[in-house]
Design a protein around this ligand. Structure first.
Ligand code: ADP
Ligand code: MG
Length: 337
């Protein structure tokens, strides 16, 4: 999403900076930018960091990728052996004891469902499971109609003490696709920080977290033009912040002039309309990830009103006519006439 590190081509300016450091400050001769991007979680995970010790930097980078695949093994509904797949098989028959990490993310998802009036709902998957964007497949109307009653986060029954998750009815399914990448990014940044890294970006799909700045300058985060591939609509300077974008251009297919994409309106069981992309900024990538999906579903007015109630969170929405809307905290002060 941001232009500086998404493509491998742009990552190559790291060594150039390192070469400069070599010439100017012999003491920091081996410090350099290190980065890599790998296909994971049905998208791309990338890590880019400044390290005074390249060997330690590369080890830190590997640790982040290792953590991403661990989380994916736990939370991917595409893997039969994942803990979440087990929940989907079992939880309607009897409540299931769930590992702390997954339990916590499900609990936070439900909190966000309440905050967003049900726009964010991990049970969307009862219908969502029938979409296959690579094969251009979607559920027919009867399937949507019969599965729609299974979409409702209130069907989930959580018990904090026993750490169990149960489904109140058969047919309910959960999928953390709208929040797990934010979690990967948060965990990745935690790992880097604990290894002494002070300047970095970790990205998973549309979710990024910036650690520190770009050594003396802010990171420039570009929000993609939703309809012009490779073009940036808006650039925002950011430091020490999480940013997530949800768009209708990542996973989609067009059929008879209708765009079928991966963000499902829980009220209709069909892709949400009205918005082309929703970006949310804030301190925590788990929250920005879930909220960018939510604002996309809620639309410009309702979405920005919800964001206005949250301290430290801001949003930029591009609607279906290409118009750009900013949350209050981002609006430029108007000159009095
Ligand atoms: P990306 O996956 O590109 O980062 P998002 O953060 O917007 O994009 O997440 C979209 C994903 O969220 C979908 O692929 C799906 O797994 C999941 N999802 C779709 N609709 C909803 C919804 N209404 N509530 C929660 N999760 C959703
Ligand atoms: Mg999201």
């Amino acid at each position: 999403m941001y232009k500086c590190c998404e493509s491998k081509h742009n990552l190559s300016f790291g060594p150039t900076l390192a070469a400069l450091a070599l010439l100017l400050t012999p003491a920091a001769a081996f410090a350099e930018w290190i980065g890599d991007a790998r296909p994971m979680m049905g998208t791309e995970v990338s890590v880019y960091l400044w390290s005074d010790d390249p060997q330690a930097g590369r080890a830190a980078l590997e640790a982040v990728f290792l953590e991403a695949s661990r989380i994916d093994r736990l939370m991917s509904t595409y893997k039969d052996e994942s803990e979440i797949s087990e929940i989907n098989r079992q939880a309607a028959q009897s409540a299931m004891v769930v590992g702390e990490e997954l339990y916590e993310l499900i609990r936070r998802s439900i909190e966000i469902s309440r905050l967003t009036d049900g726009a964010f709902d991990i049970t969307y998957d009862s219908v969502g499971q029938y979409y296959d964007f690579r094969r251009q497949q979607r559920p027919d109307e009867q399937t949507v109609e019969s599965e729609l009653p299974n979409i409702d986060f209130r069907h989930l029954q959580l018990n904090d003490e026993a750490r169990t998750v149960g489904f109140r009815q058969a047919g309910v399914r959960i999928n953390l696709g709208g929040i797990a990448k934010g979690y990967v990014v948060e965990r990745g940044i935690d790992i880097l920080r604990s290894r002494g890294v002070n300047n970095a970006i970790v990205t998973a799909g549309g979710d990024s977290r910036l650690l520190g700045d770009r050594r003396g300058r802010p990171w420039m985060v570009g929000i993609r033009d939703p309809r012009k591939e490779g073009e940036v609509a808006i650039s925002v300077p950011l430091e020490d912040e999480a940013v997530s974008t949800s768009g209708d251009y990542e996973r989609f297919f067009d059929e008879d002039g209708v765009r079928y994409h991966h963000i499902i309106h829980p009220g209709t069981g069909t892709p949400a309309g009205g918005v082309h992309s929703a970006t949310v900024f804030g301190s925590d990538a788990v929250v920005t990830d879930a909220l960018s999906t939510s604002v996309f579903v809620m639309g410009v007015d309702k979405g920005l009103r919800m964001i206005a109630t949250l301290d430290g969170y801001e949003s930029i929405v591009i609607d279906a006519d290409g118009r750009v809307f900013f949350s209050d905290g981002l609006q430029k002060p108007q000159r009095p006439d």
